[in-house]
Design a binder for this molecule. Sequence first.
Ligand SMILES: [Mg+2]
Length: 320
Amino acid sequence: MTTPLPATLLIVDDTPENIAVLFTFLSGQGFKVLVAETGEDALENAHEEQPDLILLDVLMPGIDGFETCRRLKSDLSTQEIPVIFITALSDTLDKVKAFKLGAVDYITKPFQQEEVLARVNTHLTIRRLQQELQAQKAALEQANLELQRLATLDSLTKVANRRRLDEYLQREWRRGVREQTPLSLILCDIDYFKNYNDNYGHQAGDDCLQQVAEAISKAVKRPGDLVARYGGEEFTVILPHTFLEGANQVAHFIQHNLRELKIVHSHSSVDEYVTLSIGVATMVPHPQKTPEQLVGMADSALYEAKKQGRNRIVLNDGLK
Ligand SMILES: [Mg+2]
């Protein structure tokens, strides 16, 4: 365990002798001690100095301890600071009022210094444990988010994985049925990728897949669009609310981006660089149809693109 910095205490009391006694004692115990003689000063001081704990007198001219406590607890910047009341009042009702206002403890005058020290230490410990717990909780939530993100990503290319693609397609299909808006799907396949892997090795093949994934991702601009690895050297783009013409444009952007990368492929029969065959399909989702049919249409278009000589885009609006 690391040694914590000395805790900072704020003493609030309108009687200088009371302050002097507590100041001498608590400073002697190693605390950093701040003082305020009015409620107004205490509020300002607490806001600026962020003490770890406040010892608060009840009876003071101006705003009293109760009102000071109420204001501390209603200010976001000071509401977490533990407040211990110190007062000569021993009325039960006042103690109840103190706790209702958010104080953590109550010490009546005349007090024993050892009692003050014990209570201060107890509440500093509780506060520190609460803060540690909050920090752990935040770290855990962050780790959970990261896990969720990783569970939906393809580890090699960092685009969505097949599982995420399937979920997303189902979701957008249902939305399309409800809203009767077109849903487009693009299937891309790297031409002669087997030759690429066989000749340049799997490490180079992985690099190629990553670059292609990036070229595709760059072509896809809207937050609702999803790029996914369909498997092997195939990638998919889901484009909600998109007609065939819009999807065709995205497919052209993809090919443009890939051409710019100039990934040399001397073992391709269509070009000196890595190229893509692309099938594009659009449907207005219908309850009597399935998203698998949309994928099938894109797949037919992709097959057609391969058949026509690769490195091209073929569109399928389901009419032919
Ligand atoms: Mg007083």
